[in-house]
Design a protein around this ligand. Structure first.
Ligand SMILES: [Zn+2]
Length: 373
């Protein structure tokens, strides 16, 4: 639920954390010789007025990744579809559907009941894919050395990019820490386009979303969002990301009262109010986002965070805060009402650039409804 914003030079530094800059240096990175070999395959694809190469593939923006998926699928799919058909004669119709549905899990064909044949066809597809991208073994995330390089790179930049809480759920911490002199981390890197299905995007920076382990492994897993125009606004790495603006935590009281103050006074427990995560734009993709990451249930478990805010607001109404501020000023301490609110409710509610604190959005949305901001 947080947009990823990388600082200047981050993208270039990322590329050179994987690929050697100098031809003669022998580092545990992709060598320039390997890059040349990979580029021989990639240059078959026309991209942005020229041809594709590894650097463009690794550093492409999120919207360029969507374009690349279309190009890759068109350029290579027909080529290996025929080969897979040859190996699985009699199941041509199934294979056609399988290829058509590559971009959308939800229309996966179900009419082939023999699971052994299904697995064989899927393996044949994977093998054909690998044979086309002959150097793909060097550029996929599964290669240990590459995975470590990428993870180390994110750890080394964690302060600069303020890697603090999961970009998907904004619930769990994803910090780095030092243990016995070694850098360790709490984060995983999710492949927005799953690496199993889109191996060619497995080390593309804007396909990686730093997130907590439950979001990556337990909840999203290999699920893919529907491949349509809404995709642009669903990945935190996209400059058109909108989920944080389109989802809102709405507070509803189960008790009656003339105004907010009266209702607040009557709140005793979690049962006296509801927090509903609502999709303001009604965009279908946003519902998938909520569903993939099980956001409703996970936030509901943390309803106490809202109760704490409500209980504080019960005591510290606007007039109370003003009185406190006047007292401080009388004593010569410069604390205006804004500063007192920050002390009481935490700075992340009021500061735009503190999005990376756990529950920042949840608390901000509720704070608005409690008249704090
Ligand atoms: Zn998460």
């Amino acid at each position: 639920m947080i947009k990823i914003e990388y600082p200047d030079k981050f993208v270039e530094e990322y590329y050179y954390s994987i690929v050697t800059k100098n031809k003669n240096v022998n580092e545990i990175k992709l060598s320039q010789t390997k890059v040349t070999k990979i580029n021989k395959v990639l240059k078959r694809i026309k991209f942005k007025g020229g041809t594709l190469d590894l650097e463009k593939l690794i550093t492409a923006d999120f919207d360029e990744l969507i374009e690349l998926v279309r190009l890759f699928e068109n350029e290579f799919c027909n080529e290996f579809k025929d080969k897979v058909k040859m190996k699985n004669i009699g199941n041509e119709q199934y294979i056609d559907y399988l290829f058509e549905s590559r971009l959308n899990d939800n229309i996966l064909p179900v009419f082939l009941s023999d699971s052994k044949i299904k697995t064989k066809i899927l393996n044949d597809m994977k093998n054909e894919w690998n044979s086309i991208l002959s150097e793909s073994n060097s550029i996929v995330y599964e290669v240990d050395s590459i995975r470590k390089k990428i993870s180390n790179f994110f750890m080394s930049k964690s302060d600069i990019i303020n890697l603090k809480t999961c970009y998907y759920c904004n619930i769990d911490f994803i910090n780095s820490f030092v243990s016995k002199g070694e850098n360790k981390n709490h984060f995983t890197l999710d492949h927005f386009f799953p690496k199993e299905k889109f191996p060619y995007l497995s080390i593309s920076l804007f396909n990686l979303v730093p997130c907590c382990s439950p979001c990556n492994t337990k909840f999203k897993g290999k699920k893919t969002f529907k491949f349509d125009k809404e995709l642009f606004s669903l990945s935190p790495s996209s400059k058109f990301y909108q989920v944080d603006n389109e989802l809102f935590f709405n507070l509803y009281f189960n008790i009656s009262g003339q105004n907010l103050e009266e209702k607040l006074k009557k709140v005793i427990s979690n049962n006296d109010f509801e927090i509903k995560l609502e999709n303001c734009s009604k965009m279908i993709g946003n519902y998938s986002f909520i569903d993939f990451f099980k956001l409703e249930g996970r936030y509901d478990f943390h309803k106490n965070e809202a109760l704490k805010m409500i209980n504080k607001r019960k005591i510290y109404s606007d007039s109370q805060i003003k009185e406190l501020s006047d007292l401080f000023i009388q004593k010569g301490i410069a604390k205006d009402e804004e500063a007192i609110k920050k002390d009481l409710f935490g700075t992340s509610i009021f500061n735009e650039d503190e999005k990376n604190e756990p529950f920042a959005k949840y608390k901000k949305d509720i704070a608005k409804q409690l008249g704090l901001i």
